[in-house]
Write a protein that binds this ligand. Sequence first.
Ligand code: ATP
Length: 591
Amino acid sequence: MLYADIADTYEKIEGTTKRLEMTDYLVELLLKTPVKIIDKVVYLTQGKLYADFVGIELGLAEKLAIKAISQASGSSEKKVVEKFQKHGDIGLAAEEVFKNKKQTSLFSFGKEEELTVEKVYDNFEKIARAEGSGSQNKKIKLLVELFNVATPKEARYIARTVVGKLRLGIADMTILDALAIAFGEGKENRKYVERAYNIHPDLGYIAKLLASSGVESIKNVSIEVGVPIRAMLAERLPSLEQILDKMGGRAAFEYKYDGMRIQAHINSKSVELYSRRLEKLTSQFPDVARAIKSAFKGKEGIFDGEAVPVDINTGELLPFQMVSHRRGRKYGIEKIIEEIPVVLFLFDVLYLDGKDMTEVPYVERRKALESVIDKSEHVKFAHRLVSSDLAEIKKYFDKAIEDGCEGLVAKNIGEESIYRAGAREFLWIKYKRDYKIELVDTLDLVIVGAFAGKGRRKGTYGALLMAAYNPEQDRFETVCKLGSGFTDDQLANLPNMLGEYKIKDKHPRVWSEIKADYWFVPKVVIEVVGAEITLSPTHTCARDMLEKGSGLAVRFPRFTGKWRDDKSPEEATTTKELVEMYKAQIKNLEK
Ligand code: ATP
């Protein structure tokens, strides 16, 4: 298959902001892709080589990409850098450089040989895997090989992909839609495709299976140790009364630990830990891996829990930030482990010795969990109370807060209470302290723009433009300008931190009626608290949903200090959640 086919599709996708059109282009591409390489085409379209949990990533330094462009085109590095600075995009820089070369070249450039998808993928993979001495030159050489044959348009996408910035803005769900349309044999099969994705979140794998063996094979996808499952999430309600009511009058109330979600996969050969975003965490938590391995009495299992830092002197739970320091660390981990150890609080078992436990009700899962794990200093079970007595539950909530937790997660104890991978539903409902202290829960919002600072903040940003996510429309809708809660250091560092996401104009997936001074790719999620949610004529969040011409805004927003780098922008607070919070607030005020 020619890489030109892919490049043409990317160009069309870039030219639209409509999700349905994007899906159509993808369907067209998938249908002309040979089954043998359909997984590769899907990964490339996601800007990757494998599913995230595999841990092989593209991300060549821009400096090296510039060298490769220079060598392949004969333009000086300085010239390439100039183009890069002009466009702020390595892809457009490459395209322009190669266009110029084509015009001035005496030979027919890029015509003798045509670039295939296989060749591009192959060289990308070699680049991603190259390590050690001489690897930089090797990477440049592999990239030059591609540029030598690429057309200027192909060069645009090759350059972006190799530095890890393809960013076509296609959500996983859009690819899933396209796969279901292309190979799903009818709408009614969409749910099987989605279920397969939830327990085996690898779009390349799903694509290949569907394209080669059809829907029946998709129905048989099963849980595998070593393939992370999409985490089940909790809904929210504003009072314990409402939660108890929704749960049918009786429920299990578990401590809501404020740490890092960890999914542990164990078999006789290995232990792997995955984050909520399905990335491998094992090297950052070798202590947790060791502890759960020795606590487990079975052969194969997948467990869900929260890792929380503890004070080595008092044994008390510590703030979440203390574990976030471990993220991305490769060296010095053992020393950090000694200083700030963590406890893994297990609350679920998803797979056990050959049995898919996600279909088993919560009560039985919890029983199974407790029977196969030997509690230890570093592996414990989530504290819980099963009750129908509101007064008792309220007391238990206060105790959870006193013990350093965020609140409670209520869990349905009925037969229907299975583990719904990837879903946020009312089988689990969270209740956090913030409801009491401030009017609203914390929100996880996405940075989409910024405003130039004045006075003391000159040279950095004075405020950020924040958005919530609307999954129906697949877009980010603005909800507040955020300027408080940052330390001076954080403020000074913002332009640097957000630099790589900066774009010239508003991102196509952002809906804003406010003109920001700077725009960003919606990527960075941060936690925000506010005093209340109000109707707003300026913000676009939930526009027209409650009142014609009005959206919703967060009043007096403040950064809590938490960077939610464990959340993708699509996992940010949704417009629907804000509408529910607004309604709940009105109800409370009326009482
Ligand atoms: P928040 O921002 O409120 O922490 P979230 O958006 O990260 O929530 P939610 O699904 O809303 O995720 O809340 C569930 C999260 O709470 C889980 O992802 C998990 O990390 C954490 N958690 C802590 N204790 C428990 C527990 N006992 N059961 C389930 N989840 C728990």
